[in-house]
Design a protein around this ligand. Sequence first.
Ligand SMILES: C[S@@+](CC[C@H](N)C(=O)[O-])C[C@H]1O[C@@H](n2cnc3c(N)ncnc32)[C@H](O)[C@@H]1O
Length: 443
Amino acid sequence: LARDRADPRLIAWNVLCAVERGAFADAELARPLRGESLDERDRGLATQLVYGTLAWQGLCDHVLGALGRPAARLDPEVRTLLRMALYQMTKLERIPEFAAVDTAVELAKRHKRGAAGLVNALLRAFLRSGKDLHLPAADGTAARLAVAGSHPRWLVERWISLLGAAETAALLDADNRPAPTVLRVNRRRADRDTAVAALAREPCAARACHYAADAIEIELRGAIDGLAAYRDGLVTAQGEASQLVGAMIPAAATRVLDTCAAPGGKATLIAERTDARVVAVDQARSGIVAVARQAARLGVAVAAIRADARVLPLRPRAYFDAVLVDAPCTGLGTLRQHPEIRWRRQPRDVARLAAIQAAILEAAAAHVDRNGVLVYATCTLLPEENEQRVADFLARNPDFDVDDPRPDLPVPARQLIGEDLFLRTWPHHHGLDGFFAARLRRR
Ligand SMILES: C[S@@+](CC[C@H](N)C(=O)[O-])C[C@H]1O[C@@H](n2cnc3c(N)ncnc32)[C@H](O)[C@@H]1O
């Protein structure tokens, strides 16, 4: 497609096509939002079209199937354009439906000439049907929730078996709403009030969050590095749940190892809040570069090493007071922010990732000093990646016990710790990303 820098719909369409080819929406959208060509309103529209279309892709594809044009058989550029129009027609009340049809047909005419007739015919057929979504009949079933809540069927089946139908419906609904933009104040440079005041001068609406002590929610229109407070290292972007995991590293730690550190959200939090020497490991070369860049912007020292955490390149007697395993996982707790992940994950990924998680935990445990802690965290809520990993680990490592992290958490966050002493956050209960974390202590 051509790239008209000033048309938010064309920008959104281009981003959606890139996501079809495997890109991540947030990274792909950051580039056009960074430029000067879009005003605030158009930035908001492009963002909404990208995230909304990806979240509602399952419902849109279901409609395309009912119209006799299964999405899988359409050209990817046509498919994404149709999804974008159907998303607007079904979920965005403020955009008149005829306008959504006309702009999609216009975009096709200008950039995908042969497809304009098909786009026009399908979208008008949908309007003529009275926007019939052809929802599977029985309420509360996986088939219906998967379509109406736009998530893959296998995942909805998993959630229903774990949570029941009503709670699953609430979770899917929360997953389909945009995540707030949350920043973390760099304690080395400012306190929360000072940072809120600095953001107010940008101008950028900002308010303190409830659970995490240094978290600020902002209304961001555009790219984060457009904010001087960000460029100056006063704040960094990090969700509240992620900040709480970082807070589970004891403040008194003097040697900390982060085995899966990129892009450095938790490693830099730890370096800001403790006097520890922080060693950050990650397998990805680009990830190590990102950790180093974040640390430099925030003015903290983090030693970043590229390595596979299953075979840590440390001396056998290198011991740390605290080791964080923020493991690679299915990421199913972060669907608000990464709506496309749900369409990429397959049931077999769960077992594959669980094996990696187990191997990293074992390797990490060897470097936890006596009386030191091992924090295991994920941004998913499937038991195979969470509770089961911890139970297996404890069965093989009897010198570790579950440890209560509440003394290190801000008071409002202590209610997020269950009777089993694990942290669990849910989009539909707490308005946070879905995270799990356990703190284990070596005897
Ligand atoms: C959940 S992310 C970490 C997020 C990070 N802790 C933060 O707060 O910004 C998981 C990371 O694990 C890394 N990873 C995956 N497999 C790994 C392995 N075998 N060894 C080390 N790092 C790995 C990925 O590159 C990814 O950066």
